[in-house]
Write a protein of this length. Sequence first.
Length: 401
Amino acid sequence: MLSVAEAQARILADLVPTGPELVSLAESWGRIAVADIAARLDNPPADMSAMDGYAVRAEDCAPGNVLSLVGEGPAGHPFPGRVGSGETVRLYTGSVVPQGADAILIQENARQDAERVTVAATPGVGQHIRRRGQDFARGEMVVPAGRALTARDIGLVAAANHAWVAVRRRPVVVILSTGDEIALPGDPIAPGGIANSNTPMLAALVRACGGEPVMLPAARDTAPDIARLAQGIETADLLLTVGGASVGRYDLVQQGLERIGLTVDFWKIAMRPGKPLMHGRIGRVPVLGLPGNPVAALVCGLIFALPAIRALAGHQERCLPEDRAILGGDLPENDRRADYLRATLSRVPDGSLVATAFDRQDSAMLHILASSQALILRPPFAPPARAGESCRVVRLDTLSI
Ligand SMILES: Nc1nc2c(c(=O)[nH]1)N[C@H]1C(S)=C(S)[C@@H](COP(=O)(O)OP(=O)(O)OC[C@H]3O[C@@H](n4cnc5c(N)ncnc54)[C@H](O)[C@@H]3O)O[C@H]1N2
Ligand code: MOO
């Protein structure tokens, strides 16, 4: 059986990011910039006043001096002339500083009487002037290719005078659950039936990774039905199947998809939950076969589908980051499968994070999964661990997934 790291590497090996599309800035949050974005103007576009006050020549501003007011230049209406010796121009925050002036006398330090302005305190040369291009200059790269755009980036790109931005298309991820027992949530459930939790849960995961989920109806446990539902998959970026991956007589995902050209790369990994994970391709479309037990589906989704979708979406950071915590309870020796234990997190007074595994780790228990704040990672053949020892965790509480 493959290790988790080998399986991740093989899944990620030949994934190509999606192509570009243009979106308006308001739609660009979280999207990946395709190319470097360069400023189309200087910011500020001219020397600007940072305060309400008067454009002056600092050398004219000994306390008690009287300057003659020759005009005003409100924001958006630059004063067309020059500030000569002994002169001043009324300005406001965001006004262009007229030629000849080299400082702003803030209005708190001046007294205006009709066309005469008396100086109360001397400004330093350049004081309260924002210099042209001091934030960024025309042609300067403000956002590098490959960056996931934040609200701050969007403000910057807008200030750089772009109305839209080229980002990577959201990868289309098709989700196909299988099983005769699967019913639509909310529908009447037949005897032996179960509500489909995996499809909506994985659709939410896909969205959170920057993908566009397509939820197919659940396939019956027959190879032809699985093949029928997956027809037309060529236009998708990734197929996620759920269930039907194990060794049971009705676990037919592989057989079904082989009818439409599936070639299998691997099937089975050394991981719990998630042993029967499958990876392959139908034509150019990568396929991940997730186990049907909902906890296994979600944990494999986080460890394998999330990095794949992020890679397709163009993210540079693919796998979830690991943190360290202190064990809140003893753990037994581990077998040959890497374990991902559902756990709560708390903090002890010195601020350290404490991870405590739930007693029940059944991979069908969604309530415990939803209550978990972390997964404790136990490598294959890990020796018994005592409370207070350090452990590796993947945090779920900070993920918003
Ligand atoms: N003899 C063996 N049996 C099993 C093995 C094994 O190695 N030998 N592996 C176990 C492991 S590990 C897992 S995980 C499961 C995975 O099985 P499948 O991927 O074939 O999943 P199913 O049999 O289709 O379903 C398992 C379980 O999950 C429920 N399920 C499936 N899909 C959904 C859904 N969309 N929403 C809600 N619940 C779903 C299904 O009803 C089953 O209860 O196999 C073990 N068996
Ligand atoms: O992947 Mo399975 O969840 O170990 O039962």
